[in-house]
Design a protein around this ligand. Structure first.
Ligand code: GLN
Length: 260
């Protein structure tokens, strides 16, 4: 919107955001101003941000791997740390690649990965209807497919034994630790995207037990986990016959377990 960036308006917005705890208040003010359509919309966006909604939900998109990914309210916001998983996956991909993005949320990982590859086919799955709706907006742009359902269940059987890269940012927060997450995640993101059961690894166990059936010979599985949980995640994959290694990115505070 072409809002007059009058010092009064602008300063008032920045101060409002800063008072609400937004560290990068000026950047956020610029984003809100450039995204809104009308002054009324801008006012509503500021209110929603001040009330604690993640910035990405307020503006409707997140920047991920240099791409603009649509993120609807309630849907998990892709974290910058997960860009590390995408980079690792891109390094392992061959020229023609079938990619599955399991627990895809907005579809950010799959979209960013296929955008980095020459030729690939993307299949993204999530159990949460809101995530699936959001993923469709993103994945359709790269010619991929989105399925709603529980892990591998909705995937076309023709993919069995044919998946070259399986990427998954599964929920991995132990149920008891959900209450320790920042309010933005706890209240505004789907719990199903975060809660990994008693030790946080329930979904990873289920992915690991089915994955060997779907991976192509020489295919890879890449799962984000926390640094603390990484040895257990690696063990879970090893128990299912996968050779594993742990990759850590200091700069982004990210840990990925890679199996093949
Ligand atoms: N605590 C993690 C985060 O907020 C949870 C991610 C996940 O469960 N996939 O990024």
């Amino acid at each position: 919107m072409n809002i007059t960036k009058s010092p009064l308006n602008y300063t008032a917005i920045v101060n409002r955001l800063r008072a609400a705890g937004c560290v990068f208040a000026e950047d956020e003010a610029d984003l809100l101003i450039s995204t809104c359509g009308t002054p009324a919309e801008l006012a509503a966006m500021i209110e929603s941000r001040v009330a604690g909604s993640p910035l990405e939900h307020v503006i409707g998109w997140a920047e991920f791997c240099g791409l603009r990914i649509a993120v609807d309210s309630g849907v998990f916001v892709p974290r910058h740390r997960t860009e590390f998983l995408v980079r690792q996956a891109a390094d392992l991909a061959r020229s023609s690649t079938t990619v599955v993005d399991m627990c895809c949320g907005s579809g950010a990982l799959g979209v960013a990965l296929v955008a980095a590859l020459d030729w690939s086919e993307l299949h993204a799955v999530d159990i949460d209807p809101a995530a699936v709706r959001c993923a469709r907006r993103n994945v359709t742009g790269v010619g991929g497919y989105v399925y709603e359902g529980d892990l591998f269940k909705p995937l076309p059987p023709r993919l069995q034994g044919r998946v070259d890269i399986l990427i998954a940012n599964t929920p991995y927060v132990p149920t008891e630790s959900i209450k320790l997450l920042p309010q933005e995640a706890r209240i505004h993101e789907a719990r199903v995207a975060l809660d990994g059961g008693a030790d946080g690894l329930d979904i990873q166990r289920r992915v690991a037990s089915a994955a060997p059936h779907w991976l192509a010979p020489g295919g890879h599985l890449l799962v984000e986990t926390s640094e603390r949980q990484a040895p257990q995640t690696a063990e879970i994959f090893a128990q299912n016959g996968l050779t594993t290694r742990v990759a850590r990115c200091d700069e982004l505070d990210a840990t990925v377990v890679i199996g093949r």
